[in-house]
Design a protein around this ligand. Structure first.
Ligand SMILES: CC(=O)SCCNC(=O)CCNC(=O)[C@H](O)C(C)(C)COP(=O)(O)OP(=O)(O)OC[C@H]1O[C@@H](n2cnc3c(N)ncnc32)[C@H](O)[C@@H]1OP(=O)(O)O
Ligand SMILES: N[C@@H](CCO)C(=O)O
Length: 366
């Protein structure tokens, strides 16, 4: 534990009381730049047991927060597969995000002013290093199961490479080993939308919000599918020439995001996503994945346009002993947040099989 650091409490968007960890030494980024007074907002559920072997650590995706019981309800909750009776569940808000951790709207202690566009660029590895500090602060030196989807999976795979001995089981959903040219192009298109809104450069909390609305509209095209729009936004009449449901949906989703997120965090987090490459400054992507020793399950979503199945197959092919499952979802990429019943079945079976394998292994070595 870092004695020099302290806690404060903060509320998540749903009003749940979370906590904030402050790291009082300068936090060094992969770029060499430093962030002072780093704060990480987090939530825990359940209790760390005496053997300290019941930790489930969740890495969240692009615009989520530390309140995993809110945004992954069904997989996490009182009566869910991951529940606070059995587990000590930890979810922390990522560096740069809008929900309590240090981000571009935070005050730069050097200038006394919000950072906005002077916030240093950071990478997926930086998100992980910050959460490793939190883990150490919480006395978590062993993670029973590390899980994440999308940008959350990018963090989970990096963490499993950087601290292989600390992670027993790893679940990677709808994610990849390096962000693809296709994914970067989607992110760049969204950043173009944000920067076309000149208020982004005005350095104000809602700067770039119209651009962010467009960015979310673009992003949704990569998170969903032709079929999802066909089943939810189809018109009941044939005589319309304007004001289609689908248009209203895109507008609504953009508005919904700008009411809960800021354009600066979004801009920087998409840059972090672009940076993802487990092979950077390592021998190769394949060699980096070989460093993972966790018992691994990789789940892909059949209709995922953004992180196609080939990316999860690649992960499973290069992580020793990894299992691979393809999940059917009409939603596409966002299926990882929506298909909680199917995920509960797949992950529940994987956990049962892993327990059985462990028992057989122990019997053989006894
Ligand atoms: C307090 C907070 O919000 S905290 C942050 C929560 N978010 C996260 O954690 C990030 C991860 N979550 C997500 O990305 C998303 O919430 C998902 C993928 C899980 C689900 O997406 P949703 O937008 O909830 O679902 P969906 O795409 O089905 O859209 C439903 C919404 O669109 C509205 N809608 C549907 N069709 C239309 C239309 N034609 N025109 C206007 N609105 C429409 C619905 O009324 C509904 O509105 P509501 O969200 O206010 O209830
Ligand atoms: N829908 C997700 C992004 C997709 O990974 C989010 O808003 O966090």
């Amino acid at each position: 534990m870092h004695n020099s650091n302290h806690h404060s409490t903060s509320k998540s968007p749903s009003g749940n009381l979370g906590e904030t960890y402050q790291y009082n030494k300068p936090f060094k980024l992969e770029s060499g730049k430093k962030i002072r007074n780093l704060q990480i907002a987090y939530q825990t559920y359940g209790k760390l047991n005496a053997n300290k072997d019941n930790v489930i650590w969740v890495c969240h995706a692009l615009t989520a927060n530390a309140d995993v019981f809110e945004w992954w309800e069904g997989l996490f909750g009182q009566n869910a597969l991951f529940n606070p009776e059995e587990h000590y569940i930890v979810c922390a808000n990522v560096l740069g995000s809008h929900y309590g951790s240090t981000n571009p709207l935070s005050t730069n202690p050097v200038t006394g002013l919000p950072y906005y566009l002077s916030f240093p660029q950071f990478t997926i590895r930086d998100l992980v290093s910050a959460h490793q500090l939190l883990a150490s602060h919480l006395g978590v030196d062993y993670i029973k199961l590390l899980i994440g989807g999308s940008l959350g999976g990018q963090q989970a795979v990096e963490w499993s490479i950087s601290e292989p001995n600390k992670i027993e089981n790893l679940i990677l959903i709808a994610t990849n080993a390096a962000h693809s040219p296709w994914g970067i192009a989607f992110n760049e298109s969204q950043r173009l939308a944000i920067t076309t809104d000149r208020t982004f450069y005005a350095n104000q909390p809602n700067g770039g919000s119209k651009g962010l609305k467009t960015a979310r509209s673009i992003a949704l095209l990569s998170y969903r599918t032709y079929h999802a729009y066909g089943s939810t936004q189809v018109e009941s009449v044939n005589d319309k020439t304007d004001n289609f449901r689908s248009s209203s949906y895109q507008n609504y989703q953009g508005e919904k995001l700008i009411n809960r997120f800021n354009a600066y965090s979004y801009y920087y987090l998409t840059k972090a996503m672009d940076s993802h490459n487990v092979g950077r400054n390592r021998k190769s992507i394949a060699d980096a994945l070989k460093l993972i020793t966790a018992n691994t399950l990789v789940i892909g979503i059949e209709n995922d346009v953004l992180f196609p199945l080939s990316e999860q197959k690649y992960l499973a092919d290069h992580i020793n002993g990894a299992e691979f499952t393809a999940l059917h979802s009409d939603y596409g990429h966002d299926g990882f947040l929506i298909e909680t019943d199917a995920l509960t079945n797949i992950i529940g079976n994987f956990i049962k099989e892993s327990r059985n394998k462990k028992i057989i292994k122990l019997q053989h070595t006894a």
